[in-house]
Ligand binder design. Sequence first.
Ligand code: ADP
Ligand code: MG
Length: 240
Amino acid sequence: MIRIKGVKKSFGDLKVLNNINLEIPQSNVSAIIGPSGAGKSTLIRAVNALEDIDSGEIIVDGVSVHDKKTNINKIRTEIGFVFQSFNLYPFLTALENVTIASINVKKTDKAEAIERGRELLSSLGLEDKFHSYPSKLSGGQQQRVAIARALAMDPKVMLFDEPTSALDPEMIKEVLDAIRKLAKSGMTMMVVTHEMGFAKEMCDQIVFMADGSIIEVAPPKTFFTNPVSPRAQDFLSKVL
Ligand code: ADP
Ligand code: MG
């Protein structure tokens, strides 16, 4: 579903992605982990064309994301992205946040979009928050609205960049549970996370990055019990 081939990217003199190659099959959930500054955010932002690349290619469901002929807006509706900071529209209710893009961008029939928005919010435990404004919601609730908003576009792929990093500890679980549910539904996902328990238990593969390179790709069991590279061993000794 996602093919990343020989991707390189620099910011000025700084090499941030150094020949990245990665394949993510349909329904696979990959955790992207590694130290701060490794290039994790740059990589997943590139998958969504939020970030340009200098060379290489990223193909999502057969479409070359950075090809000049590719319609970037279409790509972005097909790839859901959930950030650390929820970025909800403050002047719209939860339900309006979830439906606005499908109504305005996807031109979904309004009643249909609202029906689907209610379903999504309900499935994420927000059935009593349809008409709440973001300022009246907890961080965990706002992040679940952000997930519902991404899902409202019926994406083929979901990308998460540290979705729980801005949350108080007691809210992390509700957001991870939402992501877990999504994984069980067969969604293809790349999740940048510092939640090692989640990565271990939920993900099909661990992608360990450091210094702009992928150092190791392994099933969680293998990675967490028997990391091969010294970088990964060092990282795990600090976070576990
Ligand atoms: P991670 O998400 O793994 O912490 P990032 O992808 O955010 O890493 O960043 C990788 C490197 O690229 C870091 O050294 C960061 O400072 C640098 N970087 C990220 N975005 C920019 C930018 N827009 N301009 C310059 N440097 C950047
Ligand atoms: Mg980051």
